[in-house]
Design a protein around this ligand. Structure first.
Ligand code: NAP
Length: 283
């Protein structure tokens, strides 16, 4: 069994981004990311802090707009409209989830598609499903980048994804399809989940339930990508896969933490750099 070391690869990607940012700086261009954080959810705050720190490490300018939990949707939309026009901002990211009184779709659709570095705007989502260039959501992009780095071939493989959210499972299914894999997308209504997971050459899990995937659900030699992030009552962070037992059964596996998480942040930085290059046409 080999570990898919997302932490190490993310570090390499960050180093490459840092060098590209320095080249852009010589042309008086600094990529800029604006992050909007609504409310005080500790997990969201922690993710936003990690993103800001990663920007700082690579020389990307970042600004966080913190808004109270009871912010009116109109104020949020006005902030996005202002950022859409701001020439120093290449990427706009709204940290999800948003409070219930805010229409998430309306907010995501307000972001200019060319600044949609999270890739959640239906314009970019549509381009992914049509296998056209666009902004790919950071977590699915990170998963594919990690597998390719370890020379995992995707063509013709049986890929099973558990979890069908708009931000992870669905776009990830499109990316695997674009790589000519055969994709099964499982969700809460999927019957006999184990029957599907046992067929997987590559199993990706993005649900948010510790130990959802056990050893008995894995085919011998499968590649397992654990996207879940769960905080246990004792403070430990674990994924959705029973790592200690499943890892004895598979050929490759991502650890949590240190797998997909760092790749997500690195992919967001890549998208921000791409947006800056597109804006300034400095390819
Ligand atoms: P989400 O929006 O809650 O989606 C979870 C998906 O799993 C939904 O499609 C849900 O179906 C499905 N599901 C729930 N219980 C299931 C079950 N027992 N069997 C099969 N499918 C089930 O969550 P998300 O935003 O996609 O995130 C999923 C996990 O990934 C979370 O732990 C999150 O923290 C983590 N995550 C990690 C990263 C990273 O960088 N590593 C990035 C994003 C998310 P229904 O919608 O029908 O209930």
């Amino acid at each position: 069994m080999q570990i898919l070391d997302g932490k190490a690869l993310a570090q390499n990607i960050e180093n490459a981004i840092q060098q590209e940012v320095q080249i852009l700086n010589k042309r008086n261009v600094t990529p800029g990311l604006a992050v909007i954080l609504v409310g005080n959810d500790p997990a969201s705050q922690s993710y936003v802090n990690m993103k800001a720190k990663a920007c700082k490490r690579t020389g990307i300018y970042s600004i966080t707009h913190e808004m109270p939990e009871n912010i009116q949707q109109e104020s949020l939309l006005q902030t996005i409209a202002m950022l859409n026009q701001n020439p120093n901002i290449d990427g706009i990211l709204v940290q999800l989830p948003l409070p219930k009184h805010i229409n998430t779709t309306a907010v995501l659709e307000a972001i200019a598609p060319q600044k949609d570095v999270d890739g959640f705007h239906p314009f970019n989502m549509g381009r992914i499903f049509a296998n056209l260039d666009g902004f790919i959501p950071a977590t699915p992009l990170g998963v594919i980048t990690l597998l390719k780095h370890y020379n995992v071939s995707l063509q013709g493989k049986n890929v099973v994804i558990v979890g069908a959210s708009n931000i992870v499972g669905k776009p990830l299914s499109a990316l695997f399809l674009n790589e000519n894999a055969t994709v099964t997308l499982c969700h809460i209504y999927t019957q006999n989940l184990a029957k599907h997971t046992k067929e997987a050459d590559i199993l990706c899990v993005a649900v948010g339930k510790p130990n959802l995937i056990t050893k008995e659900m894995i085919k011998e030699g499968a590649i397992v990508v654990d996207i879940g992030i769960n905080k246990l009552s004792d403070g430990r962070i674990v994924g959705d896969v029973d790592f200690s037992n499943v890892s004895t059964q598979c050929s490759f596996i991502t650890p949590v933490p240190g797998g997909v998480g760092p790749m997500t942040i690195a992919s967001l930085l890549q998208n921000t750099l791409k947006a800056a290059k597109l804006r300034t046409k400095k390819y």
